[in-house]
Design a protein around this ligand. Sequence first.
Ligand SMILES: [Zn+2]
Length: 278
Amino acid sequence: MSYIIPQDAAERRAVRPVICYPNDTLPDPDLLRLSDLRMTARKTGECLVPAREGRCFRVPAGHFFRISSIEGPQVGDLNLWSAADPRERFYSGKTRALHGSHLTRGDRMWSSFPHLRPMATVTEDTLEWYGIDEFGGSVHDVIGTRCDPYTHHLLSGGDDYHHCCHSNLTRALAEELNQPCAEVEPLVHDVLNVFMCTGFTHDTGQYFMKASPVRPGDYIEFFAEIDLIGGLSACPGGDCSAEHSSDTAACHPLLVEIFAPAGPIDRPAPQPSGYRWP
Ligand SMILES: [Zn+2]
């Protein structure tokens, strides 16, 4: 043993935790108002994301977008960029600090510094019932990063796989912005793992995944707070019950639908953080 357990170890461990970022001062998402707005909305477009591929889609501020499971259990890796300046992008780490490890109805997807404003608000989640299971697992995490060819190459001893979510999102954004992959790759970021069921093991604290409880017909829906480019990859891990970064898992497409509310939206666009450097 290379360490000494202090005599007051139990006492130190027994200190009660405090929440790092109490979030009751965050602006109210006003879900009731959004729900009223959604009632007036009609579908204006859709985007089918094929299995093991990625696609981009645009959502104007004030519109809703829905991601649905359509043919079988499937996990999606979601990126968001400001359409006005894609350097402003989803910040999964700070979103996790503000809302917790998994998102559901009422939570926001916050943008990167120096902006730190809500990009999208989760307005519907048919998997909200799942809660937290006995293993500590839950759905729609902001703890995973995205499966990528670099980590896979490292861990597999040199195997190259080209349909990781990172690669799919990079190709999709390159096509959307009409720029080379190498140019847009740094804009691809840690994701919201839509429909993925994950947690940390109690004994070793390792990131785990388990078969997603999502079934065809399930969906998660968002309100776009600003003009958005969304990127979604139908993860090669399928329902993420066993492995990813290969063509082994059964994979299914995902459907993105866009809905426009009728009439003007009486809701101010969220402003970038008011903090200024001295
Ligand atoms: Zn993936």
